[in-house]
Design a protein around this ligand. Structure first.
Ligand code: ARG
Length: 568
């Protein structure tokens, strides 16, 4: 938008001066300059000119523009300053425009985003935290940029954990009723939370138990009675619990499908692979060779059917891609968010889908790999006793800390949860998606610095100022001083950060831009007494500016799926 306009003017100026070249510009950190163009060096070289003189020549050919001032700085930069008048106009447009001036993509794509991955019968653990946080924000970002996005939780609900849990429950006498041995109390989530870890530990030592669990799993997969009925009860109990956890995190899914939803398509997958001549029998199992000729990426064959006929994790993922392409023609991208342990899995799945045509040409299959959240020891975050932490325990830890901080001003339970979750999300998203980071409760929870609570606090503060000035209707935005200019500069950067995040599939740039806007606001507010301003015109301008800052912060926080509390 603004950048495009400036680049057009620069290019026209160069052309008028006799250089038919496209010029570009970028944000400038130089004093008195909003954008800068660094192209004159290369241009001068090309045309055998003195760079400084060439820059002057171009600027002289630009002529008067009401919105921008062009000047040349040594050695050969063109500085571009946005005039106060232009900033006022822009501010007004951003305030009134529904999108707040955020540019939409020209081409809207249809995207399926798979970022849940919670496993039925197992408690949601910390490994599911980052995909939920990142995926939810990417979804919101893509939508803001004009894509159509369908989110799918893709539950892990068709694997060995089913058989393990049922067998354990059976041995603990909790399924007697299903096997004609009297009556049972209905199963509870506590039963599940107890059974799975017990069974999972047992399978490591007890080969026989593991084999029996595998055959139970197969019975469930074949929908045999009563195994499948019990499975359905377990699934429902578990999904209810999972839904509550995700909703605390603000993660909302359009589709609550799982591996089991794709199961009916597994046979089709096997048939397609067979017809395409891609299946190979290996020790009774069925595999697809996915190694590429290129020896830099050796890849073991993808196992799609076990010798006992059971399907595997890869098979259900391939079947899911098939199912998605049947349900939604013209899917442009299917994206997954998980940690790096699944790299090989997705590489194999994607290759099988491309080799077989299950994923049509031109469709992008993307694995977004998130780094891990570590403890202060630099190792993946665990409880003190070394166990994996449950997601709900982390959420509780964060909101307890918020409750503690806010005890004095009587914040509600709901507000405490919002602040705790914001601390977690911002602490996560401020890092590049692919990077590991350290979970640091005190740092994340701080009301100052680059944190979620600081941004929430800024909005809460603006709300309270707007309340105190509610008798002053907003006037036109006016730029009279450096602090106001800096707010507008921060907003321009914020608007362009969406583009960067979209390209990088990471939200760190947006997080920093939001923080910069909040601190620009804070500097402005420390220097200007908005509430007690005597000149009604000036005050009305301040009110409009505050409304704009609030709107831009809330829009950004909404992409991060961070809600603002009532008070804090
Ligand atoms: N359930 C898996 C896990 O907990 C994650 C699922 C990721 N999504 C997928 N389509 N495979 O590790």
């Amino acid at each position: 938008m603004i950048k495009d306009r400036i680049e057009q003017i620069l290019t026209d100026g160069a052309k008028a001066a006799g250089y038919d070249e496209k010029l570009s510009c970028s944000f400038s950190a130089r004093e008195g300059s909003d954008y800068q163009c660094n192209d004159c060096f290369a241009l001068a070289k090309k045309f055998g000119k003195n760079p400084f003189e060439l820059a002057e020549e171009i600027v002289n050919h630009i002529g008067y523009k009401p919105s921008f001032e062009f000047s040349v700085a040594k050695p050969a930069f063109i500085n571009i300053k946005i005039t106060d008048f232009a900033f006022e106009l822009l501010g007004q447009v951003f305030l009134e425009n529904e999108r707040g001036g955020v540019k939409e993509h020209v081409k809207s794509e249809l995207v399926i985003l798979d970022y849940g991955g919670a496993n039925v019968a197992k408690a949601l653990h910390v490994g599911h935290l980052r995909p939920a946080i990142i995926g939810e924000s990417l979804k919101r970002l893509y939508k803001l940029m004009g894509d159509k996005v369908i989110s799918d939780v893709h539950l892990g609900d068709w694997g060995l954990q089913m058989g393990l849990t049922e067998l354990q429950l059976y041995e603990d006498g909790k399924l007697d009723g299903y096997f004609g041995k009297g009556q049972n109390a209905p199963l509870t989530i506590d039963d599940l939370n107890e059974a799975y870890p017990k069974a999972s530990a047992r399978k490591q030592q007890d080969e026989d138990f593991r084999e029996r669990a595998e055959s139970w799993t197969l019975k469930i997969q074949r929908r045999e009675s009563p195994y499948y009925e019990i499975y359905k009860v377990i699934r429902e109990l578990s999904v209810n619990e999972i839904k509550q956890n995700y909703s605390k995190l603000g993660a909302e899914f359009d589709l609550w499908y799982g591996e089991s939803t794709a199961d009916p398509y597994c046979q089709d997958v096997i048939n397609i692979l067979n017809n395409e001549g891609l299946l190979r029998r290996s020790e009774g199992a069925m595999v697809v060779d996915v190694a590429k000729e290129d020896e830099n990426s050796p890849m073991p064959p993808c196992l799609v059917q076990k010798s006992n006929g059971a399907v595997l994790y890869a098979t259900t993922d391939i079947a899911t891609i098939l199912m998605r392409n049947i349900a939604y023609p013209n899917v442009d991208r299917i994206e997954y968010v998980t940690d790096g342990r699944q790299k090989m899995h997705f590489t194999q799945v994607f290759r099988v889908c491309k080799l077989s045509g299950i994923s049509p040409e031109g469709q992008q299959l993307v694995h977004i790999v998130n780094g891990t959240m570590n403890g202060s020891d630099g190792k993946p975050f665990k409880t003190r006793s070394g166990d994996t932490i449950k997601l709900e325990d982390i959420i509780e830890m964060l909101s307890a800390s918020a409750r503690e901080k806010l005890r004095a001003n009587g914040a509600s339970e709901d507000d405490a949860l919002k602040i705790g979750v914001a601390a977690m999300k911002f602490g996560d998203l401020i890092n590049n998606v692919s990077k590991d980071y350290v979970f640091d409760l005190d740092k994340f929870m701080s009301f100052e610095g680059k944190t979620g609570p600081y941004l929430q606090y800024t909005v809460v503060r603006i709300n309270s100022i707007l309340k105190k000035t509610q008798d002053t209707p907003a006037g036109g935005i006016r730029i009279r001083n450096e602090e106001e200019r800096n707010i507008m500069r921060a907003i321009l950067r914020l608007n362009s950060s969406y583009e960067v995040c979209y390209r990088e599939k990471s939200l760190n740039n947006l997080c920093s831009a939001l923080y910069d806007l909040a601190s620009a606001f804070s500097t402005f507010y420390n220097n200007h007494n908005v509430v007690n301003e005597q000149d009604p015109k000036v005050k009305a301008g301040y009110v409009a500016l505050l409304q704009l800052v609030k709107k831009k912060l809330i829009q950004g926080l909404d992409v991060l799926a961070i809600e603002v509390p009532e008070r804090m």
